[in-house]
Design a protein around this ligand. Structure first.
Ligand code: MLT
Ligand code: MN
Ligand code: ZN
Length: 299
């Protein structure tokens, strides 16, 4: 299995168009610090068969930046587009309209996410004059066989009932926000992708321990960051993202148990967007690191 990391920034990207905070200003001064919205592409034994995990507002540039994802010489166009969604947030779904030049787009997601993307953001109606959008159920982990997508087994581990703000009045459901569990049946290797972690659970801890590679919510470094930086009056946890540091933070829970853990979905307020910030060294001491755009992980 191969994972291509297409982007590692939270909603807004780095730099964010209307922001001059130290993180955004640093990324304007040092283009190597720029980060696109977080998303991945996965493939198994056949490199020509891949799926996207989330479709970000940057998706077209992200596909162009990975030569393996561009259309081949023999065909004029990429024949099949497959997208698996962790949630219905705008930073993970606005790429679907950008893919409308495809002949068809197959999307796997949980039931509340499907409802949000067809009833609240009427994507099926909007895209039907352009392409054929086909929705598939993304099985919840342990509730039956996983979906087989591009030769890989994929299921969704429910994480929380965090709804996108445009669907905040929808009923609670445990699978609004999920982690993707991906297994390659040919090699038995496993990857886990959890870009929005509102709370910790034992099944999540087990999934992390059992994975060969983990991409985990690294939106905020500490609980007070949104408030301190003037971004929000809410804490990181209240915004649906457990912080990395602190007593309830994810770093303290992650034992360096052989799983390769990379933080992703970094907000532009996160000091980790500066590669010189000392927090990088502290994380490295725990066996943890920050994912980088265009990283490729082979499992
Ligand atoms: C989030 O990760 O909390 C959301 O993507 C925020 C947003 O709507 O930009
Ligand atoms: Mn987000
Ligand atoms: Zn900023």
């Amino acid at each position: 299995m191969l994972l291509r990391i297409l982007g590692t920034a939270a909603g807004g990207g780095l730099p964010q168009w209307n922001c001059a905070c130290p993180g955004c200003a640093g990324a304007r001064r040092h283009p190597s610090r720029r980060r696109l919205h977080d998303g991945l592409a996965f493939h198994g034994a056949d490199p020509g068969a891949w799926f996207l995990a989330n479709a970000t507002p940057d998706v077209a540039e992200q596909l162009e930046s990975h030569p393996g994802l561009r259309p081949g010489n023999a065909q004029e166009r990429t024949p099949v587009v497959r997208v698996v969604l962790t949630d219905a947030e705008l930073d993970h779904t606005l790429g679907l309209p950008r893919l409308r030049e495809a002949a068809r787009i197959d999307v796997w997601c949980t039931e509340p996410v499907h409802k949000a993307l067809t009833a609240r953001l009427p994507l099926t109606d909007i895209l039907s004059p352009y392409t054929t959008l086909t929705w598939h159920d993304l099985p919840l982990d342990g509730s039956g066989p996983p979906a087989e997508i591009a030769g890989l087994e994929v299921s969704a581990l429910p994480l929380s009932d965090k709804r996108p703000r445009y669907a905040a009045d929808e009923p609670a459901h445990p699978a609004w926000s999920t982690a993707l569990k991906v297994r390659d049946p040919a090699t038995g290797t496993r990857a886990l992708y959890a870009p929005a972690l509102a709370s910790w659970s034992d099944p999540l801890g087990d999934a992390i321990s059992g994975a060969d590679c983990v991409l985990l919510d690294g939106t905020f470094l500490d609980e007070d960051e949104p408030h301190r930086t003037g971004m929000s009056r809410r804490t990181a946890t209240e915004m649906g993202h457990l912080p990395i540091q602190g007593p309830e933070g994810t770093a303290a829970r992650l034992q360096p148990d052989g799983a390769r853990i990379h933080y992703t979905h970094l907000n532009n307020t996160n000091p980790l967007v500066d590669p010189c910030d000392p927090a990088h060294e502290r994380l490295a001491g725990l066996g943890l690191r920050v994912a980088e755009d265009r990283m490729v992980v082979s499992l």
